[in-house]
Design a protein around this ligand. Structure first.
Ligand code: G3P
Length: 221
């Protein structure tokens, strides 16, 4: 019997329905569903949306990316100090759509952790995930890139990836494991959890939904 709730991270990415004023609207829906269903729902939002979203919701708000640089001459960079000041309590790193070299991942984990930001580092394969596990992030999220945004989930198409990631990330290094890509149904989530994942990272099923509240409730209840 699980005694820890699965972690559900909704990545807002940069979809029209999940950025700008729509990020605030969707964040409120996520919060409502979190309260009504008792699920541990966290959201990752685009940097400009962190402040307005954090202002109106009390569920955890993460940045979609941070850079490892110190404050100073780094035009266009997203600093962990800045996202924290804007209200974020964590950050995604190395998402498949925003890949980072290993050295930068390591430095970013160090910088974010020093500021007590939760670090969720993405990996495309179990082997990459294992390398990152040695850097001790709070979570690793394994997402096969070819399934991202599609209609077939990692749980259905690549259960072996989940099983292998559980071994290499959770069992070997004691790092909490999330999986994602193509998650569309409650069955996809249940299967990922049954295979040993601690939660899921989801995006388009919610970000592009005509009825995000109904869709999210169907996914979780
Ligand atoms: O960060 C989550 C993501 O990459 C998965 O996207 O649209 O396949 O749920 P999606």
């Amino acid at each position: 019997m699980r005694n820890i709730k699965p972690v559900i991270i909704i990545n807002f990415k940069t979809y029209p329905n999940s950025t700008g004023p729509n990020a605030v609207r969707l964040a409120k829906i996520c919060e409502k569903v979190a309260f009504e269903t008792g699920n541990d729902i966290r959201i990752a939002v685009s940097a400009p949306d962190i402040y307005p979203v954090s202002w109106v919701v009390s569920i955890p708000v993460y940045a979609e990316h941070t850079d490892p640089y110190p404050p100073g001459r780094h035009t266009g960079s997203v600093l962990p100090e800045a996202v924290k000041a804007a209200g974020a309590t964590g950050t995604l790193l190395n998402h498949s759509e925003h890949r980072m070299p290993m050295k930068k991942i390591e430095e970013s984990i160090r910088r974010a952790s020093k500021l007590s930001l939760v670090t969720v580092v993405c990996a495309e394969t179990p082997e990459e995930a294992e390398k990152i596990a040695t850097m001790k992030p709070d979570f690793i999220a394994v997402e096969p890139p070819e399934l991202i945004g599609g209609d077939v989930s990692v749980s259905t198409a690549e259960p072996e990836i989940i099983i292998r990631s559980v071994k290499l990330v959770k069992e070997k290094h004691g790092i909490r494991l999330l999986v994602g890509a193509g998650i569309r149904t409650k069955k996809d989530i249940t299967k990922a959890l049954e295979l040993g994942a601690d939660g899921v990272l989801i995006a388009s099923v919610i970000d592009k939904a005509k009825d995000p509240e109904g869709t999210l409730k169907n996914l979780l209840t």
